[in-house]
Write a protein that binds this ligand. Structure first.
Ligand SMILES: *Cc1c(COP(=O)(O)O)cnc(C)c1O
Length: 330
């Protein structure tokens, strides 16, 4: 179905590869497995935020803004991709990061700094709570800041994943493949909201299964409700008469372990298994956990040999290095 075009700034390498995982499939002895390689979206080591940023930065440029402001955890992939997008478009970037400045920046934080981002440290606030304050002080200093929300997850960002489904649906048609499930890490919700809308608009087969990364709620509402609201708002934004209900949003919240960013045996085992069967690197915070969930669902028989499952690799690999201590064999 056609929908209202939004301003878009080209930033990444698309379409990303859709690839079978024959050795992981064989190792698990369950469903046929495929992977969508959004860890290879191209901008400063890639990741899923590039898709959202094409629309967010498109909007920022259309509004004549000169600075991107966003926030997250110190090892935020979203912040790193935003810093790179700003650099690639000649914009300034201010990042509002949780925690304190370390002696030596590692992983994503190193890349933020290499891309020229100005970093503001905000202690316990790792979800961008201080973004409005920083944006206000930039305005007072005569800048034109564009606020990119936490995780890039508003309706504008989610459109990146509506478009991603168009891309995937084309690839599946060309390969004459169909899938029964799409499994991915879900955290600030924009990815899942966009996939939900895209699935409806482009008739994608396959049940969407978000693996919840972060314990509990988003603001005041349960996470699944937040994703549902964002999906409905995104459809409205695009001017398409689609409505979604709770049945359209599946989130497995039983793999959050010790909480956000805490690596356990689930993640360690999944990262090792995929690296050693396919030579593909996952990340410790998001895709390691999501793949751990997928492996568990196969081992429990929730996903069977009759299924064809697509794992959407959303990136995050620069965080492997700062997590070295948690990833070595124990
Ligand atoms: C941000 C991120 C996600 C989650 O995407 P949301 O749209 O925030 O739910 C998953 N994987 C990686 C590597 C990410 O950086």
């Amino acid at each position: 179905m056609p929908y209202k075009p939004l301003p878009r700034q080209s930033l990444g390498f698309f379409p990303t590869l859709l690839t079978p995982l024959p050795r992981l499939t064989q190792r698990l002895g369950g469903p046929r497995l495929f992977m969508k390689r959004d860890d290879q979206t191209g901008l400063a080591l890639g990741g899923n935020k590039v898709r959202k940023l094409e629309f967010l930065v498109g909007e920022a440029l259309a509004q004549g803004c000169d600075t991107l402001v966003t926030g997250g955890a110190a090892q935020s992939n979203h912040c790193r991709q935003t810093a790179a997008a700003a650099a690639a478009c000649g914009l300034s970037c201010h990042l509002v990061l949780g925690g304190e400045a370390p002696d030596l920046p590692e992983g994503n934080l190193l890349l933020d700094q290499l891309c020229g981002a100005v970093i503001h440290w905000t202690g316990e606030f790792r979800k961008g709570e201080k973004i409005p304050d920083i944006a206000e002080s930039l305005r007072a200093a005569g800048r034109r800041p564009y606020v990119v929300p936490y995780g890039g997850s508003n309706t504008t960002g989610a459109v990146g994943f509506v478009e991603a489904v168009r891309e995937l649906a084309d690839q599946l048609v060309h390969r004459n493949e169909s899938i029964t499930h799409v499994v991915f890490a879900s955290s600030s919700g924009g990815t899942q909201a966009g996939l939900t809308v895209g699935k409806r608009l482009f008739g994608l087969d396959g049940k969407l299964i978000g693996i919840g990364i972060d314990k509990g709620v988003s603001g005041d509402v349960p996470f699944a409700e937040h994703v549902l609201e964002l999906a409905n708002a995104t459809a409205a934004r695009l001017g398409v008469p689609e409505h979604f209900s709770a049945a359209d949003v599946t989130i497995r919240e039983d793999y959050t372990g010790e909480g956000y960013g805490v690596v356990g045996e689930l993640e360690r085992r999944a990262i090792r298994m995929v690296a050693q069967t396919e030579g593909i690197l996952l990340d410790p915070v998001y895709t390691g956990r999501a793949m751990g969930g997928l492996i568990d669902m196969v081992e429990r028989g929730d996903l069977s040999a009759a299924d064809s499952v697509l794992f959407w690799h959303t990136g995050g690999t620069p965080a492997l290095f700062p997590y070295a201590r948690d990833l070595v064999e124990r």
